[in-house]
Design a protein around this ligand. Structure first.
Ligand code: PLP
Length: 369
């Protein structure tokens, strides 16, 4: 049985006539950069999140950089973030001139540990970027309170968490700014790179719109950068957005099916969901002690699996200069050798999942033998 990690072709095929027509219209109108689909998409996406503004941009990494520049971060400042995330979150902190301050994670949710955040606050702390990793909301309500008490800002990196909810509120509405990626494999994916930034604050929205487009057209009010979304991507995203809720429900159903199929497998720890939140399962990340031998077995059976990510960020060469040791981030360090993401996407079938689980069980048995 052939099982992809994410089945983008099937998603396209299910919406083929609508997508083809939307793409053809962009080409007919030569609407390649931004274009007529952009403003409607920005408004529709802001409404879907429950935020006032959405500013489109080139990708989710730029979204983080633009957000921090809008909040005035620069050299001499410190910005906290989680030790377990994709490097976009931390490399953009460095790009602003600020210093990255990593915080350890919760062992079971993989998200930043709010108690650990408190201990890392200094008089140079300007802000924090919280990531809702795998699609599970982090403790962003508690961190919002910390930010308000100590007078620093909060950015939510929602690249993996479109429509996830905490306490009945969509993530992306807790932060001063929230950033999204529409990379093809994300829960809402374009057909190339694309990103979005949401905020309720008019002043930040206005500044970010200028900054992402060379500081303004006609009159350059400031120096900016070039971070635009293609018209083709906006057209594709407008076709897909109305399906996002249904796709999210299907991901949750698929996750529940895996949970059930793994219920009698002691060696596998299935994703733990903390109270009061909806997990949107961008990733179905399990933990197991014999991860590397299991992965090798799955590779032989052509079952795709991914390690998100091979190391906690402080242990990559890029962050050697911070001089950290495993004892600084014991939980993120312990997880890095155990995590494994299994195929999940809205269209995955029960048969595909049963086959994945059968191979995982066989892989565990063969490493015991
Ligand atoms: C994908 C991702 C990004 C970056 O998005 P791009 O669109 O690929 O630049 C940022 N943060 C996290 C947590 C991501 O998963």
């Amino acid at each position: 049985m052939k099982i992809p990690f994410v089945d983008l072709y099937q998603q396209y095929n299910n919406l083929k006539s609508e997508l083809d027509a939307a793409i053809a219209e962009v080409i007919t109108n030569s609407d390649f950069i931004r274009g007529k689909q952009m403003e409607p998409f920005e408004q529709e996406f802001a409404a879907a999140i429950g935020s006032k503004h959405c500013i489109s941009c080139a990708n989710g990494t730029d979204a983080l950089y633009i957000a921090m520049r809008a909040l005035g971060v620069g050299s001499g400042d410190e910005v906290m973030t989680t030790a377990h995330t994709w490097i976009s979150t931390s490399e953009t902190i460095t790009q602003t001139g600020a210093r990255v301050v990593f915080c350890d994670t919760d062992e079971r949710t993989f998200n930043i540990d709010a108690d650990g955040v408190k201990a890392k606050i200094t008089d140079k702390t300007r802000g924090i970027i919280v990531v809702h990793l795998c699609g599970q909301p982090a403790d962003v309500d508690r961190i919002r309170k910390l930010a308000d008490e100590h007078g620093f800002w909060l950015i939510e990196d929602c690249a993996q968490s479109h429509l996830a909810e905490l306490g009945g509120k969509t993530v992306g509405t807790y932060g001063d700014i929230a950033t999204f990626s529409f990379y093809p494999g994300k829960n809402l994916g374009a057909m190339g790179d694309a990103g979005g930034i949401v905020t309720n604050r008019d002043d930040l929205a206005e500044w970010m719109t200028l900054f992402a487009r060379h500081g303004g057209k006609g009159n350059h009010l400031i120096e900016g950068i070039n971070s635009r979304m293609d018209g083709l991507q906006a057209a594709v995203l407008r076709v897909k957005l109305p399906h996002l809720q249904e796709w999210t429900r299907k991901r949750q159903e698929a996750a529940a099916r895996y949970d059930e199929l793994f219920a009698d497998v002691d060696e596998i720890e299935t994703p733990y969901v903390a109270a009061g939140r909806s997990h949107v399962y961008h990733l179905y990340m399990i933990k197991t002690a014999n991860r590397d031998s299991l992965r090798q077995y799955l590779n032989e059976k052509e079952i795709p699996s991914v390690i998100n990510y091979s190391y906690a960020l402080p242990f990559y060469k890029a962050y050697e200069y911070l001089g950290h040791s495993p004892a600084d981030f014991p939980r993120a360090y312990a997880n890095q050798g155990k995590i494994l993401s299994l195929p999940i996407f809205p269209e995955i079938t029960r048969e595909q999942q049963e086959y994945v689980v059968k191979c995982v069980k066989a892989g565990l048995a063969s490493s015991r033998a």
